[in-house]
Design a binder for this molecule. Structure first.
Ligand SMILES: *[C@@H]1O[C@H](CO)[C@@H](O)[C@H](O)[C@H]1NC(C)=O
Ligand SMILES: *[C@@H]1O[C@H](CO)[C@@H](O)[C@H](O)[C@H]1NC(C)=O
Ligand SMILES: *[C@@H]1O[C@H](CO)[C@@H](O)[C@H](O)[C@H]1NC(C)=O
Ligand SMILES: *[C@@H]1O[C@H](CO)[C@@H](O)[C@H](O)[C@H]1NC(C)=O
Length: 450
């Protein structure tokens, strides 16, 4: 600082900055874990904190009567889509594994373990034999025609599986990634559970590798909502996680074999695994082809990708916050391995701060200034039984009866404008996948002392 006057200017800009971009990341992290509790399907435990939710979907079963209860409802609806659920679980496990100190500081280690186990116990149930895996329970159209409480559902909930003749490489390899990452999370607290997870992870990877196809071509009911584009990226991501969990170099050979197809891909979300996989591989191998790939990726994201005038990375109009924060998290991890650390941390933080309030309002239910009150979410909108809840509830202008703490909504449109309207599901819906990188990123920011 060169003069007193400059010092004052700096001080003022610091104060402005501190007010605009300073949020209680621990509180947001704890609330995000409550959001996952609100998404729980099946028999709820005695320590359930979101008490407006009760047991539901207790008859979910496979073709031979296999128990398929548990897992998570996908978003504002009640379908259990295995593919985004697996991606969510991989990212939550990645966060707890690598940001354990952040979770400790927030007092949330146990709660996060429970959130992960809620999914992994379900995945194990769905893996009914070596080459048979239930990847969806509930039918998109029938489910979406219903507006009510999950506890009261009466529609048929068919279960759909992948098999050698109906393969789902992307689903199988993402599930392998989730189980492998979770095995490392549980290794210190329960080695036999970790071994069980790893056994299923290896089998699921083998299933996906041997029998190739896209899950949305085999479980066609999922085309309503999740049309997958490639499976090579999941094969790379799954192999990277299995390599991290086992040190078995066979998995790196698989990655090498897929690299030519994979290297032209992009993105990080339930469908695209590029960004996450290259930063993970860069860390595991130190190979310059991965460090170059993640550097190019993050430079594009922060310097060239479309942004709103208030600074949100805007990739698509449907759920833009989730994409922005996915990119931000992956690049925060690139910062962790020494790639443009200062600038990537600064830029990544701007994206999550946008969601927490920097654009003038919060986009996280029950958090901060003027949060959304009309999230597109059936359960939160419905008064407690026996009150009526139906399409009139959906279309009504009244706020949701229950506060869906921690649910991050889709976000604003390209003009930074948000209408808090339950029927505008592209902007007001929440989703298990939306909160995944959000939560892991919060854990990293807490760990960094931000
Ligand atoms: C890289 O690996 C180390 C050791 O397993 C881990 O602590 C760190 O969080 C990892 N970073 C990323 C970006 O995966
Ligand atoms: C450890 O995991 C095994 C296998 O899932 C389970 O049977 C056992 O109850 C777990 N132990 C503890 C202490 O949670
Ligand atoms: C893999 O190898 C590294 C380096 O030798 C070691 O630190 C790590 O514990 C090993 N991981 C597993 C799962 O064996
Ligand atoms: C955003 O929403 C506002 C209010 O509905 C509308 O006026 C504006 O045109 C929208 N912007 C874009 C880019 O769609």
């Amino acid at each position: 600082m060169q003069s007193c006057r400059l010092g004052v200017v700096f001080l003022f800009s610091f104060i402005t900055f501190a007010v605009a971009g300073s949020y209680d990341y621990k509180d947001a992290l704890q609330k995000s874990l409550l959001f996952y509790q609100a998404q729980r399907s099946g028999k709820l435990p005695a320590d359930q904190k979101v008490t407006w939710r009760h047991d539901s979907a207790l008859n979910d079963k496979g073709e031979k009567g296999e128990d398929l209860t548990g897992g998570y409802f996908d978003a504002g609806d009640f379908v259990k889509f295995g593919f985004p659920m697996a991606y969510t679980t991989t990212v939550l496990s990645w966060g707890l594994l690598d940001h354990h100190k952040g979770y400790q500081a927030a007092g949330s280690v146990d709660e996060c373990l429970k959130a992960i186990k809620w999914a992994t116990d379900y995945f194990i149930k769905c893996h009914v034999s070596e080459y048979e895996y239930y990847g969806q329970v509930g039918s998109g159209n029938a489910d979406h025609a219903y507006w009510g409480r999950p506890e009261d559902m009466t529609m048929a909930r068919p279960a759909y599986k992948i098999t050698p003749s109906k393969p789902g490489t992307d689903l199988a390899a993402e599930t392998a990634a989730a189980l492998a990452a979770a095995s490392m999370v549980f290794r210190s607290s329960n080695a036999s559970y970790a071994d069980l997870l790893l056994k299923h992870a290896k089998q699921m990877y083998d299933f996906g590798y041997k029998y190739r196809g896209l899950v949305s071509d085999s479980i066609t009911d999922s085309k309503c909502c999740y049309v997958s584009t490639h499976y090579e990226d999941e094969l790379v991501w799954g192999a990277a996680w299995l390599y991290r969990a086992t040190n078995d170099s066979t998995y790196l050979k698989y990655v090498d074999g897929l690299w030519d197809t994979f290297k032209g891909m992009y993105g990080f979300d339930w469908d695209q695994k590029f960004g996450g996989a290259v930063v993970l591989l860069a860390n595991l191998t130190g190979d310059s082809k991965y460090t170059t790939a993640i550097t190019n990726f993050c430079n594009y994201v922060f310097q060239q990708a479309p942004k709103t005038s208030k600074g949100l990375i805007f990739i698509v109009n449907w759920g833009p916050l989730r994409y922005a924060i996915n990119m931000a998290y992956v690049c925060l991890r690139a910062a962790d391995i020494g790639i443009n650390t200062e600038s990537y941390r600064t830029e990544a933080k701007k994206q999550i701060d946008y969601a927490l309030g920097d654009a003038g309002r919060s986009y996280v239910v029950g958090f901060g200034n003027n949060p959304p009150t009309h999230a597109h979410h059936r359960a939160a909108s419905c008064p407690d039984a026996p009150a009526v809840c139906n399409m009139d509830t959906y279309h009504g202008s009244q706020p949701n009866v229950h506060v869906l703490y921690g649910g991050m909504v889709g976000g604003p449109n390209k003009s930074d404008i948000f209408t808090d309207d339950r029927t505008d599901y592209q902007h007001t819906e929440v989703g298990c996948d939306y909160n995944a990188c959000f939560q892991s990123m919060l854990a990293r920011l807490v760990e960094l002392g931000y």
